[in-house]
Design a protein around this ligand. Structure first.
Ligand code: HEM
Length: 140
């Protein structure tokens, strides 16, 4: 007898006690990511990091959404699709200096304000994003 491991796998439970849930779940994270790339795509001051990305930002809208879903305590969509993420490796082809890091943070901080994430959650998220962004920095 064969066992259908996919069918047997229980639906992934998402804890209501997570940043993912507090922010409003899937739709809120999608809104955040879409706003993030709309900002990156529309401000000339952010051109250095915009130019590192492919012209079509749709695949990145999906990848960052999937990554943040798991990172914020929701479904681990990025790991399901890519295996364990090596984000620093994924950023190696790009020269990410302090200016690039700060431009990325500018997009994220503005996106969090624009989609009206509550200040108490922004105060928790900003330093966590800053640590991640600093980890991606690979140049002075
Ligand atoms: C520090 C400044 C950062 C810069 C300049 C940067 C830039 C980039 C670029 C150019 C790509 C490839 C885009 C493409 O294929 O079109 C990428 C991929 C990605 N970045 Fe960043 N990034 C930064 C920080 C971060 C941070 C902090 C996170 C997570 C919180 C993140 C998450 C991702 C993810 C999930 C991918 C997709 C990786 C894959 O497909 O394997 N990035 N990033």
């Amino acid at each position: 007898m064969t066992t259908d491991v996919v069918a047997d796998k229980p639906a992934q439970e998402t804890s209501g006690d997570s940043m993912y849930a507090w922010l409003g779940g899937e739709q809120a994270i999608k809104n955040l990511v879409n706003r993030f790339y709309d900002i990156m795509d529309s401000d000339d001051a952010l051109k250095p990091i915009r130019d590192m990305h492919k012209e079509d930002l749709s695949p990145m809208r999906l990848s960052l959404f999937e990554f943040l879903s798991g990172w914020l305590g929701g479904p681990s969509l990025f790991i399901e699709r890519h295996g364990s993420p090596c984000l620093t490796g994924a950023h190696k082809p790009f020269k990410i200096d302090a200016a690039a890091r700060d431009q990325w943070m500018q997009c994220m901080n503005q996106a969090m304000v624009d989609i009206e994430i509550e200040p108490k959650y922004r105060e928790m998220l900003t330093p966590a994003f800053e640590r991640m962004a600093e980890m991606m920095r690979n140049s002075d």
